[in-house]
Structure formats: C-alpha cells, structure tokens
Design a protein around this ligand. Sequence first.
Ligand SMILES: Cc1cc2nc3c(=O)[nH]c(=O)nc-3n(C[C@H](O)[C@H](O)[C@H](O)COP(=O)(O)O)c2cc1C
Length: 360
Amino acid sequence: MMGNTFGKAFSITTWGESHGPAIGVVIDGCPPGLELSETDIQHELDRRRPGQSEITSPRQEEDRVEILSGLFEGKTTGTPIAMLVRNKDAEPGKYDSIKNMPRPGHADYTYQMKYGIRDHRGGGRSSARETIGRVAAGAVAKKILTGHGIEILAHVTELGGIKASPVHVDDIKANVESNPVRCADPEAAKAMLERIKQARENKDSIGGIVEILALGVPPGLGEPVFDKLDADLAGALMGIGAVKGVEVGSGFAAATMTASQMNDPFKIQDGKIVCTTNNAGGILGGISSGETIVCRIAVKPTPSIARPQNTVDMSDMSDTEITIEGRHDPTIPPRIVPVAEAMTALVLTDHLLRSQQYFI
Ligand SMILES: Cc1cc2nc3c(=O)[nH]c(=O)nc-3n(C[C@H](O)[C@H](O)[C@H](O)COP(=O)(O)O)c2cc1C
C-alpha cells in the first residue's frame, strides 16, 4: 500500500489500524536540537482523542504517546522520530457480523476492490484512528513553527446548517476549547449542540465547516509551479477522512465577485507592505504573502448511523440491510479541528524547511 508518506523536507509516514495493537508515525527530516518531550505531543493527542465529551465517540482510549527514537537528552537529534500509541479499547468482535457488508459512506467497498483483502475491524487503516500519527507529527511541526512566530488555529464555523457569527482571532483563542463543539461563538455553539442531539434522536448525523487560520506566516513559503502552497494545503486537508471540500480565502465565493471586489489592495503600514483585505487567503501565485492564511473545509456527516441502510452481502452477492453498531462520533467537525491544524502545520513546516534552500 503506497501513499502513507507525506511531505518532502519534513516527511511523515503513518502506520497502523484501528483495532490492531498500536498506531503511530515516523517523522524524517526534523531538524536537530529542537527541545521535545512526550508532553508536547500529548497535549495535541488529548485534544484529538475520543471519549472527551457527550458528542465524541465513547471509545475510551488514553492515547498515551511513546517516543521510541530520534531524541537524546530531551532534544531531537535529526534522526527519524518514531512515535507509538497503543490501541487499548478495541472491540473487534463487534464488526464480525458486517464483515462482508460494505458500510455506506465508508472505505470498505473501495479497499476491498483495490486490495482484495482488508482489516474490516472498525475500518482498519481507513479509520480516523490513523489521524493519531498526523496529530503527533503535527505537534512536532507546531513546535518548529512556534519558534518562527507562526501559530495555527482552527474552529467550527458551521454545524448542521447553523452558522456561527464572524469572530475575531482573540475570540477563537479564548472560546474554542470552552465548548465541546469547538465553536468560538458561544450562542451558536449551544444551538449546534441541540442540533446534534436532534440528529442523534433521529438515528442520523450532521456535518459542518471548519476554518483554519495560520498567523504570522512570512512571505515566501510555497513553490510557484507544482508545489504551490495553496495546492499543498488543499491536498493535505482533503486527505483527511470525511472532508469533501476545501476553500482558500474567498474560495467558491470568488466565482461571483468582480476583480475590484476580489483583489486585495496593497499599502504601506509601519514601513511594511500589507494588504487592506484578504480575499486571497494569504497566498498569491502559490506563495505566502505574509497575510493570515485562511482555509475552510466542508466535513460530511458521520457515515456510521444507527438506522438501517441498504447495502450488499459480498459473500453471496445479495442485497441486504445493515444497521451499524459500535461507537461513533455523532458529528465530526469538532474532532477534526486538531487534525486540520496538524495537517496545516505539516505543510507549513515542510515549506518552511524547503524555503531555507533559498538563503545562504
Ligand atoms: C477525526 C475524525 C473522526 C471520525 N469519526 C468517525 C466516526 O466516529 N464514525 C464514522 O463512521 N466515521 C468517522 N470518521 C469519518 C470516516 O473515517 C470517513 O468518512 C471514512 O473513512 C470514509 O472516508 P471519506 O469520507 O473521506 O470518503 C471520522 C473522520 C475523522 C477525520
């Protein structure tokens, strides 16, 4: 199976399955001399792990990270950093009855067609537990970015059709972790919680939108032709399970704007060149402009729902019905927040390290 490695200068390979013994990541290309501890990683994994609130999967996993290599006396050595999290609360038997029935909205059918064999337990490799490796590596990337004054924030802006009011960056910092939906508008957060409850009562699920901001990114990150920063960010964010759309800056709204509305005028402020608007989302010609990078992702409703759905039994090629048991997130956007931040951090770190080739 190829395609498990991401990034060129700061490269990560994730490994593991939902109900296997463990899951993890190997980072190659992390610069030496970075102070790093399991606490740095654990903080981000705790934001990602299930069982945190009534609106996350009740699977009880501590998700304790073990760093196996690449550190000496609390600092990175420049060698591969291997990190592992053991799966402790797996219930593989729960999936036996649906082994031959692809769950609608999941990767079961496509994995089966591609490989002819798959670990069917909890989606195996296609499970969201794979994102543990991304978040662990993303924590290292965030640490490198912090050293360069770059900060990444994500928040839920829409859930089940309920839109949050526009918020200031300070509101995101202050409010996003204060409610389980990770929405920076507390009133909208209450309505979103109610909408999740309604969907659950209907044995259904809802999706939403997550916005990701990267603050303090200097001008110059991104390669101008095939490795454009916006293209890499879009690929990284689209590569998260359940993401069905990515926008940068004005995104799809740009199609209905005139150039005089869309173009971000330049001006001099405190001796520096800045833009007075940010419809470009901080990227021009595939290269960061120095403005805040703004991306949004559309996240689909959780595919596993408790109501019967039509599917097929691949063992005898008959039509059948499936009712999915197991433990699931009633909605994914709040849990995707730390994953989206991690993927953004990985792309920016990769480009930051690559951009250093331009300076001697
Ligand atoms: C953080 C996160 C949590 C998720 N939790 C669940 C879940 O509890 N139940 C579920 O059915 N799908 C969940 N998903 C979505 C599935 O993994 C995903 O929809 C499925 O693998 C098919 O991939 P696709 O939607 O990208 O086509 C989650 C995804 C992410 C990123």
